[in-house]
Design a protein around this ligand. Sequence first.
Ligand code: UD1
Length: 344
Amino acid sequence: MKRILVTGGTGYIGSHTVVELIRAGYEAVIADNLSNSEISVLEGIEKITGVKPAFECIDLCDPSALDHLLTRHGGIVAAIHFAAYKAVGESVSQPLKYYRNNLTSLINLLEWMSRHSILHLVFSSSCTVYGQPEKLPVTEQAPVLPATSPYGNTKQICEAIIRDTAAASESIKSIALRYFNPIGAHASALIGELPVGIPNNLVPFITQTAIGIREQLSVFGNDYNTPDGSCIRDYIHVVDLAKAHVAAVERLIGGKNKKNFEVFNLGTGRGVSVLELIRTFEKISGVKLNYKIAGRREGDTEQVWADTSFANRELGWKAQSTLEETLLSAWKWEQYCRTTGNRK
Ligand code: UD1
């Protein structure tokens, strides 16, 4: 059985990817310091798959811990690197925390992968690298614009570090996956997103408002140059996103990649406005959301959605879920969290 290292594997996207790896016949080894996730996620993974993945509570900024892990779990053929800080606002107030953690962990990983002859890396990147693109839908060829936050900058710098490493070494091959807006949860409602404190992202805020944890949702702006004035994003089901990671691993280990470093957009190809998303949520949940129109949020991009044709063609992957199914999974997860008290 092929063994895959998943850093950040107890996190939101990481845990769903571990499930899809196991379902596809891989063995996952999780490395996570639990800084933004819960150990109980392992039980959710086990309930879904029947397999409890190997877990190592380590900080990737500690090179000797990583070396020990790779020695203990020999024969790893690829790594998927999710582990990173990701709160945009916090990255503005604490930039060094973000640069230290996100860059050091990647550099350590690349160095120790190479020493342990692990030649394949899938990297978690973001559509934030495009800023506000001139042409929509945005393709992978669109220019990478100056980042608007230290978090976004770490994604750009990490892509550059990997690109340079892959160019210098014939052996390391990598795929960076640029996520649009991952939302939803596993259909079983046994794993999902566990935001700490007040959620920054739209969908957790919506589900928490609907269930009564938050008083009111603020819609950040209705005076944008979009059909209904609210911002447009490309919301992708986290399980669809997870499956793309399996496809990326298979492309690398099967030697089907065309370059040592490749980049793919992962979205649905469909742009949805904030107000449209709220209406869809109300329809599938039967809950009338308490929301108000508030001012614009600083740093928000007006509209962005993906051209996914490169990923569709080359990875043989396509997002399958409808927005309704995706929002229903997020709502089921919120309800499950309430009944189990499963919340940070
Ligand atoms: C943000 C980050 C992105 C990161 C992603 C996932 C920016 C510019 N981008 O994406 O880099 O990868 O989170 O963590 O910060 N909204 C409301 N009310 C709310 C919350 C959000 O109206 O209470 C709106 C926002 O204005 C936006 C949309 O909902 O138009 C989506 O927001 P959000 O879920 O925070 O994602 P992004 O900002 O797209």
